[in-house]
Design a binder for this molecule. Sequence first.
Ligand code: G3I
Length: 348
Amino acid sequence: TGLAGLLSGDFKLGTALSNTTLLGQNPDIEALVAWEFSAITAENAMKWEEVHPDAETWDWQRADHFVDYGHRNGMYNIGHTLVWHSQIPESVFVDGHGRLRPAADVNKTMETHIATLAGRYRGKIHAWDVVNEAVTDEGQWRESHWYKSQGEDYFSRAFHLAREVDPNAELLYNDYNMTIPAKRDFALAQITKFRSRGMPIHGVGMQAHVHLSDPEIARLEASIETIAAAGLDVHITELDVDVLPQAYDYMGAEISTNFEYSDELNPFAEGLPQNVVDELAARYESLFRLFLKHKDKIRRVSLWGTTDGESWKNDWPVRGRTNYPLLFDRDGNPKQAYRAIAGLKTSV
Ligand code: G3I
């Protein structure tokens, strides 16, 4: 069925489910996703602060819905994410008096979190983003609470734990800007080092929050090839195409989420002009042409949402803009970009 059906001989096609959808508030989106996609990721519902807001509290409602929905529809379910520096309660690392918790306690907390979350869904999650965004764009370990508390070993411990808890799940490292050679090569060097010591890992997720022409196809291709050459499956994760003016220089400058809204930064509030519709479709077409060329290396391509209206790109890095990054419009209708991808499979 749908686009996933057209691509079924190539790779799985995924999307992300928002919290509102997982609360049952978007039946139309649920039906659309079941028809068009073969893989799902929870956009937020399995993140630490949402599912495990404090040590004794677990909130399973949305995560359970996610897993049930995927199971009912025969989806490939991706768990996102076990260990990340963001969207995690401060209390994991700092006690009530503002003191850093002992490293052994932090490690124990990570063990409990992975055992409880991955354990609850053992056999029902096909792939886990075990660690998310551990490396900087410059190619160093990110100085997260995890790293400061545990050193680099937290990375491999997370993978070993995930393997113990759910031995059949594919285990992934997921990060953005993996087209930056310094970042990609550092991540791959660490993975290769830990792997030689027995760390289980199956693949790397390349988050693909791209723009109309950035990064270039050649850079994406180089990273797909380099990851595959390291003996890892490539997962294209979190794909969306931002059509709005970039509000920051993401290659260098500090990223701020506090930009003020301005009309200049929100030029398409009334609709997307046809020339940009064409550009967006052409961008998606060339991305999928690249993915199809490397389908032997790519296990899955996941969009970061289904309709333009639900995309985080309307609110980041500037809140309240009107963006058009996905394959379905605000009413759930397939866009020209959708038809451009489908055309790659139907026009012989
Ligand atoms: O849950 C609260 C809710 O209680 C509150 O009323 C509401 C008011 O703002 O906020 C809700 O939390 C928001 C959450 O999404 C759930 O909707 C947060 O403010 C908001 O910051 C959060 O944004 C998410 C973001 O991760 C957080 O870092 C985006 O939806 C989500 O698309 C985005 O996804 C990440 C991937 O996980 C990792 N890679 C990058 C990607 C984009 O940032």
